[in-house]
Design a binder for this molecule. Structure first.
Ligand code: HMG
Ligand code: MG
Length: 305
């Protein structure tokens, strides 16, 4: 077993967490969440999406959010990477305006999901990323990649790990510094996670991969544990277990950041996040959204007083 000593957590709550909320969340609520996450010690925060506002109205305020990040939060926390999703050239132009340090392009291992989510085939999506990568390079912006449906698709069911490997290779070859494997609808189990990683790790080094586990079937922590045991050291999570994907019906949130941190603490793995401060962030946003906190750890600690 090669369990990492330290894990880098990519907090996706402000983007993946909020994109699925039906009611539009105000910019000040979004910024307060991002600010509380920064103060809790998270160093990688996915703060919004430069996607089409017609497709995801909730993310339409990402320009406003990033205006505030660049004027106030980034100067206060110069070491933090505040990133955003960019599906195409238009998104990348918006990102450049905000002097952003990192963007993420997102592809899928399932044709049907690619069509539903970004209105094009997998091949077309990868072609669309070429100008995004070029602009990123000329502006010194790092690019992360996502592969959705890595462990199953809402439209096609099981996905062959070889397809995931192919898209992952393409993203790395075009210049993504890391690829996050998305279990978009949370159907993976430790068995299928291990099979996927065995396939990928035969050709790709573990430090190029991250896990993005939605917790729809309650398997996320188990799948993350297997991933850690297989040497993966970057994990995506969302405070209070917020989230889902508007184009994957029924998909619930990512693994809750609080639950991930509790597990890492128990395993003696460093992560740099202050759990008490994170609990405040999770409770504050849950109250603002008028929904129950989706973190088991937050609920247990709250009821324990
Ligand atoms: P399209 O309709 O095919 O695009 O959408 P288009 O190029 O034909 O443009 C249509 C209109 O949108 C035009 O405006 C463009 O200017 C505008 P009009 O002329 O009609 O007024 N437009 C834009 N506006 C602002 N920013 C942009 C942009 N692009 C076009 N970037 C497109 C294609 C990719 C844009 C669309 O399908 C889209 O935005 N999809 C995003 C869907 C999304 O955000 N899904 C959730 C994120 S992915 C996810 O959650 C999975 C993940 O978490 C991992 C996992 O869990 O697996 C990452
Ligand atoms: Mg997701």
């Amino acid at each position: 077993m090669t369990i990492p000593k330290r894990v880098r957590i990519v907090e996706v709550g402000p983007r993946d967490g909020l994109q699925n909320e039906k009611q539009i969340v105000g910019t000040s609520t979004k910024v307060q969440l991002i600010s509380q996450l920064a103060s809790a010690g998270l160093t990688n925060i996915e703060a919004g999406s430069f996607v089409s506002p017609k497709w995801v109205p909730q993310m339409a305020s990402s320009d406003e959010v990033f205006n505030i990040i660049s004027s106030t939060l980034q100067p206060t926390y110069p070491e933090i990477i505040f990133s955003a999703l960019t599906p195409n050239k238009i998104g990348m132009n918006r990102a450049v305006e905000h002097d952003i340090k990192e963007v993420a392009v997102f592809a899928a291992a399932s044709e049907s999901f690619s069509q539903k989510n970004i209105n094009c085939s997998i091949k077309e999506s990868l072609e669309r990323f070429n100008p995004v990568m070029a602009k990123a390079q000329s502006n010194n912006i790092r690019v992360r990649g996502y592969v959705s449906c890595a462990l199953g698709c809402p439209y096609e069911g099981n996905i062959d790990p070889a397809h995931v490997a192919e898209v992952t290779h393409r993203l790395l070859d075009m210049g993504c510094y890391e690829v996050s494997l998305g279990d978009t609808i949370g159907v993976g189990t430790p068995e299928t996670t291990a099979a996927l990683l065995s396939e990928l790790l035969s050709k790709i080094s573990a430090d190029k991969l991250a896990m993005h586990m939605h917790d729809t079937y309650g398997q996320a922590l188990a799948n993350i544990l297997i991933s850690l045991q297989m040497g993966i050291s970057v994990i995506d999570s969302a405070v209070a277990g917020l989230g889902g994907c508007p184009y994957a019906n029924g998909a619930s949130g990512n693994v809750a950041s609080e639950d991930l941190i509790y597990m890492l603490n128990g395993m003696g793995i460093e992560h740099g996040v202050d759990l008490d401060k994170l609990l405040i962030a999770g409770n504050t946003i849950s109250i603002a959204l008028n929904r129950a906190n989706g973190s088991k750890v937050a609920n247990a600690l709250l009821s324990a007083g």
